[in-house]
Design a binder for this molecule. Structure first.
Ligand code: BT5
Length: 264
């Protein structure tokens, strides 16, 4: 089990995670942090738990891990950004996680559009997921919450049932990992990347180049529409995936509207 004191002592950041709440068990770190954000919690607030009973994925899906095995946390940001820049935080979070998980596991980690971290041999298995939730005031960002779940010390028989095969850092590395050391490295990397973004440095090119989807066939499942297949060619400046249709036209696909599941 983690503890607030141990987390605080492990962190090497200046402001990210310096206000924190730890819960042995919680519904969802994103939900708890959204309540605090509405009530005026400071930028950098960290909510972290050992177990979620109502962990959220995108589009109403669930995120599940056994108690004490995962990193489950959410961070609050209050950047003075236009709404269209909010996607930068998903990119920064994914890139920071890739760097740190790769370093700790000693194995390559891949980014999959829009928000997954994958590992293992092709076609790769899901190691972590990111969930951004935002509050906007007109076309400005009021706050952004970045939630992340990382499968750290799950054995093969503890992996949840999932639409695409899951994996864990322990399975990739062949040994258990220190969750606190991971968290501390991750937050330090994130703090650096966020400060660069605040100075106007875009993470788009680095993120887009890192996507494992490039050049691969994807199946787009629009909410309420017919699924269709095409080849992922890259992303546009808003982080939408550019998918080439069989007739050669490029269609921009937004994360909010689709999931990418393989052909049925
Ligand atoms: C995501 O959604 O990948 C975002 C997950 C974000 C979870 C974190 S945990 C801390 C914070 N607080 C929250 O309440 N949430 C965030 P999505 O792309 O929709 O993937 C969800 C799908 O992944 C599910 O429908 C399952 O098929 C699968 N899945 C569920 N749990 C998994 C796990 N532990 N590992 C791999 N796949 C999983």
């Amino acid at each position: 089990m983690l503890s607030a004191a141990a987390i605080s002592a492990a962190l090497a950041t200046r402001w990210l995670g310096r206000t924190l709440e730890y819960y042995p068990e919680l519904g969802s770190t994103n939900v708890r942090l959204a309540e605090l954000a509405q009530a005026g919690a400071p930028a950098g607030t960290l909510i972290i738990t050992d177990h979620q009973t109502a962990g959220r994925g995108r589009l109403g899906r669930r995120w599940e891990t056994p108690p004490g095995t995962a990193l489950l946390f959410s961070l609050l940001y209050r950047p003075d950004w236009s709404a269209e820049r909010a996607i930068w935080l998903t990119m920064i979070t994914a890139l920071a996680a890739r760097d740190v998980l790769q370093k700790h596991a000693g194995a390559p980690i891949y980014l999959k559009w829009p928000n997954d971290l994958l590992g293992g041999p092709p076609p790769y298995a899901k190691l972590a997921g990111i969930l951004m939730e935002s509050a906007l005031a007109g076309d400005r960002v009021e706050w952004l919450i970045l939630g992340m779940g990382v499968n750290v010390n799950l054995s093969a028989d503890q992996l949840p049932a999932a639409a695409s095969p899951p994996t864990s850092l322990q399975l990739l590395a062949g040994r258990p990992m220190d969750r606190l050391a991971l968290l501390a490295d991750l937050l330090a990397n994130l703090e650096r990347r966020f400060e660069a973004a605040e100075r106007g440095v875009s993470p788009l090119a680095e993120w887009s180049a890192a996507l494992v989807n490039r050049g691969r066939r994807v199946t787009v499942h629009p909410a309420g529409g017919e699924p269709w297949s095409g080849i992922a060619r890259g992303t546009d400046e808003w982080g939408r995936l550019l998918v080439e249709r069989p007739d050669g036209t490029l269609q921009a696909v937004a994360a909010a509207d689709v999931s990418l599941r393989p052909p049925a």
